[in-house]
Design a protein around this ligand. Structure first.
Ligand SMILES: Nc1ncnc2c1ncn2[C@@H]1O[C@H](COP(=O)(O)OP(=O)(O)OP(=O)(O)O)[C@@H](O)[C@H]1O
Length: 374
Protein backbone atom coordinates (compact mmCIF):
# COMPACT_ATOMS: atom_id res chain seq x y z
CA UNK A 1 0.00 0.00 0.00
CA UNK A 2 1.30 3.44 -0.96
CA UNK A 3 0.29 6.17 1.47
CA UNK A 4 0.21 9.79 0.40
CA UNK A 5 -0.23 12.74 2.71
CA UNK A 6 -0.99 15.98 0.87
CA UNK A 7 -0.86 19.33 2.67
CA UNK A 8 -2.10 17.72 5.85
CA UNK A 9 -2.76 20.15 8.69
CA UNK A 10 -4.25 19.96 12.16
CA UNK A 11 -5.03 22.58 14.75
CA UNK A 12 -6.93 22.60 18.00
CA UNK A 13 -8.63 25.99 18.17
CA UNK A 14 -5.85 28.46 17.45
CA UNK A 15 -3.10 26.02 18.40
CA UNK A 16 -1.34 24.50 15.37
CA UNK A 17 -0.23 20.89 15.73
CA UNK A 18 0.60 20.05 12.11
CA UNK A 19 1.32 22.40 9.24
CA UNK A 20 1.38 21.38 5.60
CA UNK A 21 2.66 17.82 5.96
CA UNK A 22 3.52 16.24 2.60
CA UNK A 23 4.81 12.68 2.30
CA UNK A 24 4.71 9.60 0.15
CA UNK A 25 5.24 6.31 1.95
CA UNK A 26 6.12 3.60 -0.54
CA UNK A 27 4.71 0.10 -0.82
CA UNK A 28 6.31 -2.18 1.78
CA UNK A 29 8.39 0.58 3.30
CA UNK A 30 9.45 0.73 6.96
CA UNK A 31 8.85 4.45 7.49
CA UNK A 32 9.61 6.14 10.78
CA UNK A 33 8.19 9.39 12.15
CA UNK A 34 10.59 10.85 14.70
CA UNK A 35 10.66 14.11 16.62
CA UNK A 36 10.59 15.52 20.12
CA UNK A 37 7.58 15.20 22.41
CA UNK A 38 4.64 17.22 21.13
CA UNK A 39 5.91 17.51 17.54
CA UNK A 40 2.74 15.88 16.19
CA UNK A 41 3.89 12.30 15.40
CA UNK A 42 0.96 10.54 17.08
CA UNK A 43 -1.43 13.04 15.54
CA UNK A 44 -0.25 12.09 12.02
CA UNK A 45 -0.71 8.40 12.85
CA UNK A 46 -4.20 8.96 14.27
CA UNK A 47 -5.23 10.97 11.23
CA UNK A 48 -3.98 8.17 8.93
CA UNK A 49 -5.98 5.66 11.00
CA UNK A 50 -9.07 7.86 10.82
CA UNK A 51 -9.29 8.16 14.61
CA UNK A 52 -9.22 11.97 14.40
CA UNK A 53 -10.09 14.22 11.47
CA UNK A 54 -7.51 16.45 9.76
CA UNK A 55 -8.18 20.19 9.74
CA UNK A 56 -7.00 20.41 6.12
CA UNK A 57 -5.34 18.38 3.37
CA UNK A 58 -5.92 14.85 2.12
CA UNK A 59 -4.81 11.25 2.58
CA UNK A 60 -4.59 8.70 -0.20
CA UNK A 61 -4.20 4.92 0.04
CA UNK A 62 -3.01 3.66 -3.37
CA UNK A 63 -4.32 6.82 -5.05
CA UNK A 64 -7.73 6.42 -3.43
CA UNK A 65 -8.75 9.37 -1.30
CA UNK A 66 -9.59 8.15 2.22
CA UNK A 67 -9.63 11.50 4.01
CA UNK A 68 -13.27 11.03 5.03
CA UNK A 69 -13.31 7.21 5.29
CA UNK A 70 -14.34 5.54 8.56
CA UNK A 71 -11.54 3.75 10.45
CA UNK A 72 -13.03 0.30 9.78
CA UNK A 73 -12.97 0.97 6.04
CA UNK A 74 -9.25 1.75 6.03
CA UNK A 75 -8.23 -1.90 6.61
CA UNK A 76 -5.16 -1.17 8.66
CA UNK A 77 -3.81 -2.54 11.92
CA UNK A 78 -2.43 -0.50 14.78
CA UNK A 79 -0.07 -1.29 17.67
CA UNK A 80 -0.10 1.13 20.58
CA UNK A 81 2.39 1.93 23.30
CA UNK A 82 0.13 0.45 26.02
CA UNK A 83 -0.52 -2.74 23.95
CA UNK A 84 -4.30 -2.43 24.62
CA UNK A 85 -4.66 -6.16 25.39
CA UNK A 86 -7.92 -7.37 26.90
CA UNK A 87 -7.03 -8.67 30.37
CA UNK A 88 -9.76 -11.32 30.67
CA UNK A 89 -8.84 -12.98 27.36
CA UNK A 90 -6.00 -15.41 26.71
CA UNK A 91 -3.17 -14.60 24.32
CA UNK A 92 -4.84 -16.59 21.52
CA UNK A 93 -8.23 -14.99 22.20
CA UNK A 94 -6.69 -11.53 22.11
CA UNK A 95 -5.23 -12.24 18.67
CA UNK A 96 -8.49 -13.78 17.45
CA UNK A 97 -10.41 -10.75 18.72
CA UNK A 98 -8.48 -8.57 16.28
CA UNK A 99 -9.87 -10.67 13.41
CA UNK A 100 -13.47 -10.17 14.42
CA UNK A 101 -14.31 -7.55 11.79
CA UNK A 102 -12.85 -9.60 8.94
CA UNK A 103 -15.65 -12.23 8.99
CA UNK A 104 -13.34 -15.17 8.32
CA UNK A 105 -14.23 -18.85 8.63
CA UNK A 106 -13.30 -20.45 11.94
CA UNK A 107 -10.65 -22.57 10.23
CA UNK A 108 -9.07 -19.47 8.67
CA UNK A 109 -9.13 -17.69 12.03
CA UNK A 110 -7.43 -20.67 13.68
CA UNK A 111 -4.72 -20.70 11.02
CA UNK A 112 -4.06 -16.98 11.32
CA UNK A 113 -3.84 -17.11 15.12
CA UNK A 114 -1.47 -20.09 14.98
CA UNK A 115 0.72 -18.45 12.31
CA UNK A 116 0.91 -15.15 14.16
CA UNK A 117 1.78 -16.88 17.43
CA UNK A 118 4.55 -18.78 15.71
CA UNK A 119 5.94 -15.65 14.11
CA UNK A 120 6.35 -13.88 17.44
CA UNK A 121 7.49 -17.06 19.24
CA UNK A 122 4.52 -17.28 21.61
CA UNK A 123 2.94 -20.59 20.60
CA UNK A 124 3.73 -22.09 24.00
CA UNK A 125 2.01 -19.25 25.85
CA UNK A 126 -1.22 -19.18 23.83
CA UNK A 127 -3.45 -19.95 26.82
CA UNK A 128 -1.93 -17.46 29.26
CA UNK A 129 -3.64 -14.23 30.29
CA UNK A 130 -1.79 -10.95 29.56
CA UNK A 131 -0.98 -10.40 33.26
CA UNK A 132 0.92 -13.72 33.26
CA UNK A 133 3.30 -12.38 30.60
CA UNK A 134 6.38 -10.16 30.74
CA UNK A 135 6.25 -6.71 29.15
CA UNK A 136 8.12 -7.98 26.10
CA UNK A 137 5.74 -10.91 25.69
CA UNK A 138 2.71 -8.62 25.96
CA UNK A 139 4.27 -6.45 23.29
CA UNK A 140 4.65 -9.51 21.07
CA UNK A 141 0.96 -10.32 21.51
CA UNK A 142 0.05 -6.80 20.39
CA UNK A 143 2.27 -7.24 17.32
CA UNK A 144 0.81 -10.70 16.63
CA UNK A 145 -2.69 -9.26 16.78
CA UNK A 146 -1.73 -6.70 14.13
CA UNK A 147 0.00 -9.15 11.77
CA UNK A 148 -2.78 -11.76 12.02
CA UNK A 149 -5.09 -9.31 10.24
CA UNK A 150 -2.71 -9.38 7.23
CA UNK A 151 -3.38 -5.67 6.83
CA UNK A 152 -1.28 -4.08 4.09
CA UNK A 153 -0.70 -1.13 6.37
CA UNK A 154 0.41 -1.38 9.99
CA UNK A 155 0.78 1.68 12.22
CA UNK A 156 2.88 1.49 15.38
CA UNK A 157 2.95 4.23 18.02
CA UNK A 158 5.98 3.97 20.34
CA UNK A 159 5.39 0.23 20.70
CA UNK A 160 8.65 -0.44 22.58
CA UNK A 161 8.77 2.47 24.98
CA UNK A 162 7.59 0.47 28.00
CA UNK A 163 10.36 -2.09 27.70
CA UNK A 164 13.77 -2.07 29.35
CA UNK A 165 16.79 -1.21 27.21
CA UNK A 166 17.93 -4.75 26.43
CA UNK A 167 14.47 -6.03 25.56
CA UNK A 168 13.87 -2.95 23.46
CA UNK A 169 16.98 -3.78 21.41
CA UNK A 170 15.84 -7.36 20.92
CA UNK A 171 12.34 -6.30 19.90
CA UNK A 172 13.77 -3.74 17.45
CA UNK A 173 15.62 -6.52 15.66
CA UNK A 174 12.57 -8.78 15.74
CA UNK A 175 10.34 -6.10 14.24
CA UNK A 176 12.85 -5.40 11.48
CA UNK A 177 13.03 -9.14 10.71
CA UNK A 178 9.26 -9.48 10.79
CA UNK A 179 8.88 -6.57 8.41
CA UNK A 180 11.40 -8.14 6.02
CA UNK A 181 9.35 -11.32 6.04
CA UNK A 182 5.87 -9.79 5.73
CA UNK A 183 6.76 -6.69 3.67
CA UNK A 184 3.73 -4.71 4.78
CA UNK A 185 3.84 -0.92 4.68
CA UNK A 186 4.81 0.01 8.23
CA UNK A 187 4.61 3.50 9.72
CA UNK A 188 6.36 3.65 13.05
CA UNK A 189 6.35 6.52 15.55
CA UNK A 190 9.16 7.07 18.03
CA UNK A 191 10.76 10.02 19.83
CA UNK A 192 14.03 8.08 20.01
CA UNK A 193 16.44 8.95 17.21
CA UNK A 194 18.51 5.79 17.79
CA UNK A 195 15.40 3.69 17.28
CA UNK A 196 14.56 5.65 14.13
CA UNK A 197 18.09 5.28 12.76
CA UNK A 198 18.39 1.55 13.47
CA UNK A 199 14.92 0.56 12.22
CA UNK A 200 13.74 2.96 9.55
CA UNK A 201 14.34 2.56 5.82
CA UNK A 202 13.28 6.19 5.57
CA UNK A 203 12.71 8.67 8.34
CA UNK A 204 10.59 11.80 8.58
CA UNK A 205 11.96 14.23 11.17
CA UNK A 206 9.30 16.48 12.68
CA UNK A 207 9.67 19.58 14.81
CA UNK A 208 7.72 22.70 15.39
CA UNK A 209 4.60 21.22 13.65
CA UNK A 210 6.53 20.83 10.41
CA UNK A 211 8.52 18.32 8.40
CA UNK A 212 12.19 19.14 8.86
CA UNK A 213 13.58 16.51 6.49
CA UNK A 214 12.80 13.12 5.00
CA UNK A 215 15.53 10.69 4.07
CA UNK A 216 17.34 7.44 4.70
CA UNK A 217 19.23 7.25 8.01
CA UNK A 218 22.50 8.05 6.23
CA UNK A 219 20.98 10.98 4.29
CA UNK A 220 19.93 12.55 7.56
CA UNK A 221 23.23 11.83 9.27
CA UNK A 222 25.51 12.94 6.43
CA UNK A 223 23.41 15.70 4.88
CA UNK A 224 21.19 17.32 7.51
CA UNK A 225 19.35 20.13 5.78
CA UNK A 226 19.09 22.30 8.86
CA UNK A 227 20.54 22.78 12.31
CA UNK A 228 17.62 21.03 14.01
CA UNK A 229 18.11 17.77 12.10
CA UNK A 230 21.89 18.06 12.48
CA UNK A 231 21.69 18.10 16.28
CA UNK A 232 18.64 15.83 16.69
CA UNK A 233 20.09 12.90 14.71
CA UNK A 234 23.25 11.33 16.14
CA UNK A 235 24.54 10.56 19.61
CA UNK A 236 26.49 12.22 21.11
CA UNK A 237 25.01 15.26 19.40
CA UNK A 238 26.73 17.16 16.61
CA UNK A 239 28.83 20.01 18.07
CA UNK A 240 27.75 23.47 16.94
CA UNK A 241 30.12 26.45 16.81
CA UNK A 242 29.74 30.04 15.69
CA UNK A 243 32.51 30.81 13.21
CA UNK A 244 33.70 33.77 11.16
CA UNK A 245 34.84 33.05 7.61
CA UNK A 246 37.60 35.45 6.48
CA UNK A 247 37.48 37.86 3.53
CA UNK A 248 39.19 35.38 1.21
CA UNK A 249 36.81 32.60 2.30
CA UNK A 250 39.70 30.31 3.16
CA UNK A 251 39.49 29.89 6.92
CA UNK A 252 36.80 29.69 9.59
CA UNK A 253 37.68 31.02 13.04
CA UNK A 254 35.76 30.02 16.13
CA UNK A 255 34.12 33.11 17.56
CA UNK A 256 34.93 33.43 21.23
CA UNK A 257 34.33 36.07 23.85
CA UNK A 258 37.70 35.66 25.51
CA UNK A 259 40.53 36.52 23.11
CA UNK A 260 43.60 35.86 25.23
CA UNK A 261 44.43 32.43 23.79
CA UNK A 262 45.14 31.55 20.21
CA UNK A 263 41.83 31.17 18.42
CA UNK A 264 40.83 27.97 16.65
CA UNK A 265 41.34 28.47 12.93
CA UNK A 266 39.98 25.83 10.58
CA UNK A 267 41.32 25.84 7.01
CA UNK A 268 38.43 25.39 4.58
CA UNK A 269 38.55 22.71 1.87
CA UNK A 270 36.20 24.77 -0.29
CA UNK A 271 35.94 28.57 -0.20
CA UNK A 272 32.83 30.12 1.36
CA UNK A 273 31.56 33.70 1.12
CA UNK A 274 32.92 35.76 4.03
CA UNK A 275 30.62 36.12 7.02
CA UNK A 276 29.31 34.47 10.17
CA UNK A 277 28.12 30.87 10.10
CA UNK A 278 27.11 28.09 12.42
CA UNK A 279 29.48 25.19 11.95
CA UNK A 280 28.51 21.64 12.91
CA UNK A 281 31.12 18.96 13.50
CA UNK A 282 30.26 15.41 14.57
CA UNK A 283 32.05 14.36 17.78
CA UNK A 284 33.74 11.40 16.06
CA UNK A 285 35.32 13.77 13.51
CA UNK A 286 37.27 15.71 16.14
CA UNK A 287 40.80 14.39 16.68
CA UNK A 288 42.14 14.54 20.19
CA UNK A 289 45.71 14.09 21.39
CA UNK A 290 47.69 14.81 24.55
CA UNK A 291 50.42 16.64 22.64
CA UNK A 292 50.39 19.26 19.92
CA UNK A 293 50.69 17.65 16.48
CA UNK A 294 50.20 20.46 13.95
CA UNK A 295 49.99 24.21 13.48
CA UNK A 296 46.22 23.92 13.25
CA UNK A 297 45.51 22.07 16.46
CA UNK A 298 43.95 23.92 19.34
CA UNK A 299 44.70 23.67 23.07
CA UNK A 300 41.68 22.68 25.14
CA UNK A 301 40.82 21.92 28.73
CA UNK A 302 39.46 18.44 29.44
CA UNK A 303 36.23 18.91 31.37
CA UNK A 304 35.05 15.31 31.60
CA UNK A 305 35.92 11.86 30.29
CA UNK A 306 33.04 9.41 29.95
CA UNK A 307 34.47 5.95 29.29
CA UNK A 308 32.33 3.58 27.26
CA UNK A 309 34.95 0.84 27.40
CA UNK A 310 35.87 0.64 23.71
CA UNK A 311 35.53 4.40 23.25
CA UNK A 312 35.40 7.62 25.26
CA UNK A 313 33.23 10.70 25.05
CA UNK A 314 35.46 13.56 26.12
CA UNK A 315 33.95 16.94 27.02
CA UNK A 316 36.33 19.76 26.13
CA UNK A 317 36.47 23.49 26.58
CA UNK A 318 38.21 26.24 24.66
CA UNK A 319 37.51 29.61 26.26
CA UNK A 320 33.77 29.47 26.90
CA UNK A 321 33.00 26.96 24.14
CA UNK A 322 32.19 23.43 25.28
CA UNK A 323 32.07 20.50 22.88
CA UNK A 324 32.48 16.73 22.74
CA UNK A 325 35.00 14.48 21.04
CA UNK A 326 34.02 10.84 20.61
CA UNK A 327 37.34 8.99 20.39
CA UNK A 328 37.72 5.29 19.60
CA UNK A 329 40.05 4.60 22.50
CA UNK A 330 40.20 4.67 26.28
CA UNK A 331 41.19 8.28 26.89
CA UNK A 332 43.08 8.87 30.19
CA UNK A 333 40.45 9.86 32.75
CA UNK A 334 42.87 12.11 34.64
CA UNK A 335 43.86 14.19 31.60
CA UNK A 336 43.57 17.94 32.27
CA UNK A 337 44.57 19.39 28.93
CA UNK A 338 44.75 18.17 25.34
CA UNK A 339 44.89 19.35 21.73
CA UNK A 340 42.13 19.01 19.17
CA UNK A 341 42.29 19.01 15.41
CA UNK A 342 39.16 19.89 13.49
CA UNK A 343 38.41 17.92 10.32
CA UNK A 344 39.37 19.42 6.96
CA UNK A 345 37.21 17.27 4.65
CA UNK A 346 34.26 19.15 3.19
CA UNK A 347 31.93 16.26 4.08
CA UNK A 348 32.76 16.65 7.78
CA UNK A 349 32.17 20.41 8.02
CA UNK A 350 28.46 21.29 8.12
CA UNK A 351 27.83 25.00 7.64
CA UNK A 352 24.46 26.56 8.46
CA UNK A 353 23.14 30.08 7.98
CA UNK A 354 22.89 31.66 11.45
CA UNK A 355 19.53 33.34 10.76
CA UNK A 356 17.58 30.51 9.08
CA UNK A 357 19.47 27.48 10.39
CA UNK A 358 19.46 26.09 6.84
CA UNK A 359 22.45 24.17 5.55
CA UNK A 360 24.71 26.16 3.24
CA UNK A 361 24.67 24.06 0.07
CA UNK A 362 27.91 22.34 -0.81
CA UNK A 363 29.03 22.43 -4.49
CA UNK A 364 27.75 18.83 -4.79
CA UNK A 365 24.28 19.93 -3.72
CA UNK A 366 24.35 22.96 -5.96
CA UNK A 367 25.05 20.53 -8.82
CA UNK A 368 21.68 18.96 -8.17
CA UNK A 369 22.30 16.02 -5.85
CA UNK A 370 19.34 16.56 -3.57
CA UNK A 371 18.75 15.36 -0.03
CA UNK A 372 15.19 16.56 -0.24
CA UNK A 373 12.50 17.62 2.13
CA UNK A 374 9.63 15.30 1.27
N1 LIG B 1 -7.25 16.83 21.88
C1 LIG B 1 -6.29 17.76 21.91
N2 LIG B 1 -6.54 19.05 22.20
C2 LIG B 1 -5.58 19.99 22.21
N3 LIG B 1 -4.27 19.74 21.94
C3 LIG B 1 -3.93 18.47 21.63
C4 LIG B 1 -4.90 17.41 21.60
N4 LIG B 1 -4.27 16.27 21.26
C5 LIG B 1 -2.96 16.60 21.09
N5 LIG B 1 -2.76 17.91 21.31
C6 LIG B 1 -1.48 18.63 21.22
O1 LIG B 1 -0.94 18.38 19.95
C7 LIG B 1 0.49 18.32 19.99
C8 LIG B 1 1.01 17.10 19.28
O2 LIG B 1 0.64 15.95 19.99
P1 LIG B 1 1.13 14.50 19.55
O3 LIG B 1 0.60 13.52 20.53
O4 LIG B 1 0.82 14.28 18.12
O5 LIG B 1 2.70 14.66 19.72
P2 LIG B 1 3.82 13.56 19.65
O6 LIG B 1 4.86 14.08 18.74
O7 LIG B 1 3.23 12.22 19.34
O8 LIG B 1 4.38 13.62 21.11
P3 LIG B 1 4.75 12.45 22.17
O9 LIG B 1 6.06 11.90 21.73
O10 LIG B 1 4.83 13.22 23.45
O11 LIG B 1 3.62 11.47 22.11
C9 LIG B 1 0.86 18.42 21.47
O12 LIG B 1 1.33 19.70 21.74
C10 LIG B 1 -0.43 18.10 22.18
O13 LIG B 1 -0.48 18.76 23.40
Amino acid sequence: MVIKLAHLSKHYGDTPVLEDIDATIEEGEFYVLVGPSGSGKSTILRIIAGLIPASGGDIYFNDKKVTEAAPKDRHLAMVFQNYALLPFMSVAENIRFGLHNLHLSEAEENDRVADALKMVHLTELADRKPKELSGGQQQRVAVARAIATKANLVLMDEPLSNLDAQLRNEMREELVELHKELKMTLIYVTHDQTEAMTMGERIMVLNDHKVQQVGTPLDLYNHPRNEFVATFIGSPKMNMFTVAVDELGKTATLVMTDEDQRPAVIPLPEPLPAGTYRLGVRPEKIKLSLTSTSAYDVPVQVVNVASLGRASNVTLRNHDIEFIADVAEQFPEDAQAAFVTFPTEAADLHFFAPDTGLAVASPEEKAGVSHGVA
